[in-house]
Design a protein around this ligand. Structure first.
Ligand code: PLP
Length: 536
């Protein structure tokens, strides 16, 4: 009898280890639903969606009502998380005190548990080091506006001849857009790739965001495991020549461009070594830190046996500070933070910075002990940070994004590979015939998918290009994608499969997809959020 049971256990185990394939699952999700939201609309109601899309939303997915989307809403993975019951229970215990609510202290302890003891708050001896904000960009705004004020008086001067021509060109092109006074004291903030709000905040403070993505990323190398890396040769060149103009080096994990491409721990370590040599603080944009750690565990030699928390601790041991949008790997619908490491270079470089952040918080967010969040929000984040590093969760989460990529790829639909952690990017330049390349075909695809019942967004020549009054200028380097970002703990594979079917129908009939006219907003900044279109 025992033998028979052993036989079956062996069989069950072998089955679990089989290679996953679309439509067939070998293991269940590591959670089950505790609450569901019924959709009060039908997938068959194409006519209502057509009517609303054309007459109300002007073909703009941001303006389309979410209550009539019966399929997958893949507009963003930011703040769209389904929370766990433990989070909801924690939120019930939210302490809405004006000063020093209970959750604030638990949150600070959780920061140390998640990122390492070096991040532990000791406000009495060191000054506060953990600053809550209502979302990631508010933390960015505080960081860069205070930095700018503290840097005033230093002077940059001209750009060194020792710089690689490519970098010099990129710096000069941003410089030329600054006013003369700002040009004199232009500081440079390098990164593997800045997120758009980070870039916006840096530019707004008359500093120069400089992206140094690795060569494999630029060359679209599909065999590269860590396409999110920074080009450290370029960083060295920059610091050899212009270190006095660089107040801070940034690294985005995972790298959002290209759908959450991971950064390797050896890249992080190398950047630490380089920044240490020049005594420049090193920060992470840490929105998807847990997803990045999962990729390190899967792909980086020597890490397969380490725990996710162990890898996170190592990643964060190399940096002086980070900012995070908790709407991603905080597993909540709203929240952000700026965190400084005690005793790190940043404190020496910017003495008095911490006091200024507190002043900034009081003026823009509220008392620092709630920083723009409610007491219950803070409780929810604290619990979310405990869940996000669970390996079973990450296997399921990133595995799902990967299966979605595989399904699309299986139909020949051109996507960026390897697939990243949180989204799939479909490449419009390969999806459509070259003759349609300047026709905003990404907008057309997005609109027709909405009629099918699913929402994605164009991040291509419309979102990133601009109109100079006469001509359209596509982004340089050219990117022309439509993004499907997968919310956390929200959809089942069956839902995503239905989305893939709609894309497949459109792809197979792509010659019939019309272009669009821009009815409103072509010349506006951030135009993809606001524009209206009509089908040609
Ligand atoms: C979302 C995001 C931000 C900004 O955070 P918000 O909470 O949306 O303000 C910054 N950096 C990266 C990499 C992001 O993905």
């Amino acid at each position: 009898m025992d033998d028979t049971v052993d036989f079956f256990i062996d069989e069950f185990r072998k089955n679990l280890d089989s290679e996953a394939e679309p439509g067939r699952y070998f293991s269940p999700r590591p959670y089950r639903n505790a609450s569901v939201r019924f959709r009060e609309c039908s997938i068959r109601d194409f006519e209502t969606r057509r009517e609303v899309l054309i007459n109300e939303a002007g073909l703009n997915p941001f303006l389309f009502r979410s209550d009539i989307i019966p399929g997958c809403d893949l507009l963003s993975d930011s703040g769209t998380t389904t929370m766990t019951v433990k989070q909801w229970v924690a939120m019930m215990l939210g302490d809405e005190a004006y000063g020093s609510n209970e959750g604030y202290f638990e949150f600070k302890d959780q920061i140390a548990a998640t990122f390492g003891e070096e991040w532990k708050s000791s406000p009495v001896t060191e000054g506060e080091n953990i600053f809550i904000f209502h979302q990631g960009r508010a933390a960015e705004n505080a960081l860069f506006s205070i930095l700018r004020k503290m840097l005033r008086g230093h002077s940059g001067g001209g750009i060194s001849d020792g710089l690689i021509p490519k970098l010099k060109d990129r710096i000069n092109s941003v410089m030329s857009s600054l006013e003369e006074a700002a040009r004199e004291a232009a500081y440079i903030i390098p990164s593997n790739s800045h997120f758009d709000t980070t870039e916006g905040n840096i530019l707004d403070k008359k500093m120069i965001p400089l992206n140094l993505p690795c060569r494999e990323h630029i060359e679209n190398d599909e065999s590269c495991n860590f396409r999110g890396n920074m080009d450290t040769g370029e960083l060295k060149n920059l610091l050899e020549n212009e270190s006095e103009k660089v107040p801070l080096v940034y690294l985005t994990i995972t790298n959002n461009t290209g759908g959450g491409q991971p950064v390797s721990i050896s890249n992080i370590r190398e950047i630490r070594d380089i920044t240490e040599k020049y005594n420049i603080p090193f920060f992470l944009d840490a929105c998807r830190f847990a997803e990045n750690a999962w990729f390190i565990k899967q792909r980086e030699p020597g890490y397969s046996e380490k725990s996710i928390t162990g890898i996170v601790h190592e990643m964060f041991s190399y940096v002086d500070g980070f900012h995070i949008s908790l709407k991603k790997d905080g597993l909540v619908n709203m929240g952000g933070a700026l965190v400084l490491k005690n005793g790190a270079r940043f404190d020496d470089a910017f003495p008095g910075f911490r006091e200024r952040v507190i002043d900034h918080q009081i003026m823009t967010e509220g008392h620092p002990t709630y920083g723009g969040l409610t007491g219950r929000d803070i409780k929810g984040v604290t619990e979310g940070l405990r869940t996000i590093v669970k390996e079973s969760y990450l296997d399921c989460r990133i595995g799902q994004v990967e299966r979605l990529g595989k399904q699309l790829d299986g139909h020949g639909i051109p996507i960026i590979k390897p697939v990243g952690g949180h989204a799939i990017y479909m490449d419009m330049d390969r999806f459509f015939d070259p003759s349609g390349r300047e026709e905003f075909m990404g907008i057309s695809l997005t609109a027709l998918l909405l009629i099918a019942g699913h929402r994605v967004c164009e991040l291509g020549i419309y979102a990133f290009g601009h109109f100079d009054g006469k001509r359209e200028l596509p982004p340089d380097p050219r990117v022309n994608y439509v993004r499907a970002a997968v919310p956390r703990l929200c959809y089942e594979d069956r839902d995503l499969s239905a989305f893939v079917e709609s894309v497949r129908i459109l792809y197979n009939n792509r010659d019939r997809i019309p272009g669009v006219n821009v009815e409103y907003g072509r010349e506006l900044p951030l135009r993809h959020f606001k524009s209206r279109f009509s089908f040609k």
